[in-house]
Ligand binder design. Structure first.
Ligand code: PGA
Length: 250
């Protein structure tokens, strides 16, 4: 089922106390969201955040990453099972910062997707092109390659668990948001690609979020596009008033 979602990606921000205060402030200010609200917190916040969120319907918890192997000698890493054990329901997979700084490959991302799904942890799978690719007009093909390489081995039933987030790299943290027309065009292309692989019903049911300098000012216009089902919000998710305004734009 296609869902409306606003997910906050805190990245590497907020101490434990600061993070819990942020969640409390959002819970206080957000009345009845028209869709699901997801907090993608750092690992160490998850367990305490889960306690705050479980009493409020419609609010969910995500991790920002998980390792691609089940368990073992991977010092410093966190497994999908561990995330589930502390209450995470979603996990971000393939964020451009993970791809860029941690050299995560499409093949590893496919492994992370498989492992997460096997644990009922829903992937929020990120895709998006760098500026040079956009300027050469190759953005649709670039994103199609990312999706095919990491997701199109899934069965229809598995694919239905995926939430997609289109995040053009040139828009992330830069204050340079994609226009609503650019966003709509890409989301529609992604839906067409999914339709070719899984059929129009699955394509229509897939939730596709936009991410990249989305904020309280531009969220209404972005979310009003027919193929945009919400947002993955970085910087603006760290400020309760801004995040709540974005939630209210759903
Ligand atoms: P931004 O980040 O909203 O700060 O651009 C979005 C993201 O990286 O998910």
């Amino acid at each position: 089922m296609r869902q409306k979602i606003v997910a906050g990606n805190w990245k590497m921000n907020k101490t434990l106390d600061e993070g819990l205060e942020l969640i409390k402030a959002v819970l206080d200010k957000a009345e009845k969201p028209k869709g699901a609200v997801v907090f993608a917190t750092p690992f160490i916040h998850l367990k305490d955040a889960a306690k705050l969120l479980k009493v409020r319907r419609g609010f969910h918890l995500a991790a920002q990453n998980c390792h691609h192997e089940e368990k073992g000698a991977y010092t410093g890493e966190v497994s999908a099972d561990m995330l589930v054990s502390v209450g995470a329901e979603f996990v971000l997979i393939g964020h451009s910062e993970r791809r860029q700084y941690f050299k995560e490959t499409n093949a590893q991302l496919a492994q992370k997707v498989n492992l997460s799904l096997s644990r009922n942890l829903r992937p929020i799978f990120c895709c998006g092109e760098p500026l040079a690719v956009r300027e050469e007009g190759r953005h649709v093909a670039y994103v199609a390659k990312q999706l095919k390489a990491s997701l199109f081995h899934l069965s229809e039933q598995q694919f239905r668990q995926i939430v997609l987030a289109y995040e053009p790299i040139w828009a992330i943290g830069t204050g340079r948001t994609a226009t609503s027309a650019q966003t709509q065009d890409m989301h529609a292309s992604i839906r067409t690609l999914i339709a070719k692989k899984y059929g129009t019903q699955v394509a229509d049911d897939t939730t596709i979020l936009y991410g990249g300098s989305a904020n309280a000012q531009n969220a209404v216009e972005l979310f009003s596009q027919p193929d945009v089902d919400g947002g993955l919000i970085g910087g603006a998710s760290l400020k309760p008033d801004d995040f709540v305004a974005i939630i209210n734009a759903l």
